[in-house]
Design a protein around this ligand. Structure first.
Ligand code: ATP
Length: 434
């Protein structure tokens, strides 16, 4: 983990939020390379789930929503984590994360398991109290006018379900997708970008006829595996399913399967697939007084659809991708670090450089090749610093699949050297064939 964090910092992928001011716990800033990687991940998600399908539609809802949303959804009442305090050193912890405990953990269970305070090593625990994870803010000039930063993007989908049906009237089943920021006042943010207070989610609510929920659930599970393993390059042996027992499920879910991933910090939740029934649309119908029924086309069958929700955190996915890609190997007795990212996710597809920086004819030709590749692929970088070996090391570390080098032969025969990140093999290729 430390190696990955240090690479991310050194190469401009991810920095601690506000680090010039000593940081801000639970927040992370993405640098130039991290921003590109994150964008490629969200773009790939959007393409797979929305653009390549006929039954998915996108929305982009506001982060600050009417507080009635969170009352109706149950978040104001139940979006809680169990908080425990060490009575010796007064540090506070999320009780269920002090060991392998359910969310309903009690002080007695913590004591019976002999859990000591991770900070001071003593065992003198307070009672557990429920701590609400929503961030509050005041809207407008009235300080009592409380609103919340959304703790999930899902409610921005449910509140627009009727708008989508009324404007598009898709056949059932259909899904609405949204990605964007979510905020949770985590008791103990930790493990790099794994658990932060501000993060991004990519969520889908897939509206179905409840008669078919099991088949639809299985279909979505299959698609989630396909996306993670075939598009994001995660190794199937590192991806596991956990059928979440009732006492650990969110208040709205009748079935949840967490997809867990073997992170360096352990096997932890990467995404959740939840059968949320008609819980949310039912609440909206009750609280808003508006009808949420779907009328099946060409019939008089009408009902409030149920939903299957695949929900994934962008940062947790980025962390899984970085974990998979990070490799250390040895080439001709020399150690190197390689970020073996899938080609489609690498921040740069090519790096172009002239063999020598002080030969104008090489630089001129290299600039030409650079412009051509940029026009064709977009994400191409230029590097003429240091010697060629150093450039390769740097490009290996940031995951650039191919380095293109322009040398004196290029001027003669129009071929360039293309060096492969993973094998370090070099081949001569005609410029037109790049
Ligand atoms: P956990 O049990 O780890 O707190 P959760 O079950 O509360 O997670 P969900 O409510 O299912 O998480 O949220 C859906 C997804 O959002 C998660 O699978 C995860 O990828 C992401 N996520 C949730 N909380 C965080 C966080 N604090 N930081 C980063 N990503 C998060």
């Amino acid at each position: 983990m430390e190696d990955i964090v240090s690479l991310c910092k050194r190469r401009g992928f991810i920095w601690q939020g506000s680090d010039v001011y000593g940081g801000m716990a639970g927040t992370w800033d993405f640098g130039p390379l991290g921003t590109t990687l994150k964008k490629k991940v969200t773009d790939a998600w959007w393409k797979y789930w929305v653009e390549d399908r006929e039954d998915m539609f996108g929305v982009d809802a506001a982060i600050i929503m009417n507080p009635n949303v969170w009352r109706a959804s149950g978040h104001t009442e139940t979006f809680n984590d169990p908080l425990i305090e060490c009575k010796e050193c007064h540090n506070r912890f999320r009780a269920d994360k002090l060991g392998d405990f359910p969310a309903s953990v009690t002080r007695e269970q913590i004591e019976a398991a002999g859990v000591k305070c991770p900070k001071c090593g003593k065992m003198n625990w307070s009672e557990i109290r429920q701590f609400n994870g929503m961030f509050q803010t005041a809207v407008g000039v009235d300080e009592g006018n409380i609103a919340y930063l959304r703790p999930e993007t899902a409610q921005g989908i449910f509140t627009n379900y009727k708008n989508v049906v009324d404007t598009i009237y898709p056949d059932l089943p259909f899904g609405i997708a949204q990605y964007g920021k979510a905020f949770r006042n985590e008791i103990s943010p930790r493990d790099f970008i794994f658990r932060s207070r501000e993060f991004s989610q990519m969520e889908i609510e897939y509206f179905i006829d409840p008669e078919n929920w099991e088949a639809e659930f299985d279909k979505i599970m299959g698609e989630c595996h396909d996306f993670l393993e075939n598009k994001m390059g995660l190794k199937p042996e590192n991806v596991h399913e956990l059928d979440v027992p009732a006492e650990d499920r969110a208040h709205y879910s009748k079935r949840t399967i967490d997809i867990e991933f073997d992170y360096p910090i352990g096997c932890e939740e990467l995404m959740g697939i939840a059968y949320r029934t008609d819980f949310d649309l039912g609440n909206i119908q009750r609280e808003s007084g508006k009808n949420m029924e779907y009328i099946v086309k060409g019939s008089d069958k009408r009902f409030v659809p149920h939903v299957i929700e695949p929900s994934i955190g962008v940062e947790r996915l980025v962390m899984a991708i970085l974990t998979t890609a990070y490799t250390e190997d040895e080439i001709n007795g020399e150690k190197r670090i390689v970020l073996a990212l899938p080609e489609d996710l690498a921040p740069y597809r090519f790096c172009v450089s002239p063999l020598l920086k002080n030969k104008p004819e090489l630089v001129g030709k290299a600039r030409e090749v650079y412009a051509t590749l940029r026009a064709k692929y977009g994400n191409v970088t230029w590097d003429d610093s240091g010697n060629i070996g150093k450039r390769y090391r740097k490009q290996d570390e940031i995951g650039t699949p191919k380095c293109v080098v322009i040398d004196f032969d290029t001027l003669e025969d129009g071929t360039v050297t293309v060096r492969d990140r993973d094998t370090t093999e070099q081949v001569r290729v005609k410029i037109e064939e790049l």
